[in-house]
Design a protein around this ligand. Structure first.
Ligand code: SAM
Length: 310
């Protein structure tokens, strides 16, 4: 890991920045951890997001991901992507529920978006409605297909596995993914410190470890992603699956190269904590210099601690 510009005190390079650009969402998933963010109605302007990305680039970040809330709910989403793209990052991506993607896939691609992850936990209309509390399955599927049509690549589906809800849909989702040349990411249901109670995640937690063993047996090839939380990729019958297992996973933390920004503009050093945030946009608004902003980034990086340890 010696060629990276900025590393934390655990020798983890800072490669990607995940910016939550809103807390608002048009669906209401049963399990949602809101990207680990505390509730807030404050948002950053597109110029502030641009400034943050500019500083991030200077400290060595090469990948930007926009998330939320639902990022496509922002009227200025295309403008935000266009501004970030002018900074020439290696990779710009969005995580979305896909419900507005039919409208936005093409303008986002033209604005400089490279790839997209779409959260889709079920292909069954009733289960989809139960999970999201909305009737948007058709819109989400159309959005995913439009994303592949306009050349966003790769398109990934994020599927959170829940015991007794959608655990039996992995094969169907994998078939759909293969059919459209999409990578399927299976995500372990996480607890969240923001949920009023964690009863849901405890009750519906599905043991992804067991599933990984089966996938490993079926796979024609298995690869581990560099610098990406030690995620495994399984290649099965011409399709591709990834497994994301953040809970109690020391390897997830050891290989974490990601810094986060909250919707109200604070640096968030860890997905799983909210007690070590660093103010950033406040200082952009007060006219801080680029050097001062860079130092705030370094302060955030210095606060990074692995959440799960042996
Ligand atoms: N609205 C966008 C979407 O639906 O993708 C972006 C925000 S959403 C919080 C980002 C990702 O977090 C989604 O892929 C979602 O499935 C995942 N997620 C949310 N709560 C989770 C939980 N409790 N456990 C695991 N993943 C979760």
């Amino acid at each position: 890991m010696s060629n990276f510009k900025t590393k934390d005190k655990y020798d983890r390079p800072i490669i990607s920045l995940r910016i939550s650009i809103t807390n608002r969402c048009n669906v209401n998933c049963l399990y949602c951890h809101h990207d680990g963010m505390l509730p807030s109605s404050k948002e950053m302007t597109s110029d502030e997001i641009y400034t943050i990305c500019k500083i991030a680039k200077e400290i060595g970040v090469s990948k930007i991901r926009l998330s939320g809330g639902e990022p496509l709910i922002r009227q200025d989403i295309v403008d935000i992507v266009k501004k970030i793209a002018s900074l020439n990052f290696k990779d710009i991506s969005i995580t979305t529920n896909g419900t507005l993607l039919s409208k936005y896939a093409k303008p986002l691609k033209e604005a400089g978006l490279d790839r997209i992850n779409v959260s889709l936990d079920s292909l069954n209309p009733e289960t989809y409605k139960k999970i999201t509390q909305k009737d948007y399955l058709k819109n989400a599927k159309e959005g995913i297909i439009e994303a592949t049509n306009v050349g966003l690549y790769p398109v990934k589906i994020n599927m959170v596995l829940m015991k007794g809800i959608n655990e039996n849909e992995v094969q169907d989702m994998f078939r759909f993914s293969k059919e459209h040349n999409i990578i399927l990411q299976l995500i372990e249901l996480m607890k969240s410190e923001n949920c009023e109670d964690n009863q849901f995640s405890e009750e519906y937690h599905y043991d992804v470890g067991k599933l990984e063993k089966t996938l490993a047996e079926q796979a024609d090839d298995v690869k581990t992603r560099d610098f990406m939380q030690d995620r495994k990729k399984y290649f099965i019958n011409g399709g591709e699956l990834e497994v994301v297992r953040p809970m109690d996973n020391t390897r997830f933390c050891e290989n974490c190269t990601r810094l986060r920004i909250t919707p109200e503009g604070k640096i968030k050093p860890c997905l799983l904590r909210n007690d070590n945030l660093v103010e950033l946009v406040k200082y952009i608004r007060e006219g801080s210099t680029e050097e001062e902003l860079k130092n705030l980034f370094l302060e955030g990086i210095n606060k990074r601690e692995p959440f799960n340890t042996d």
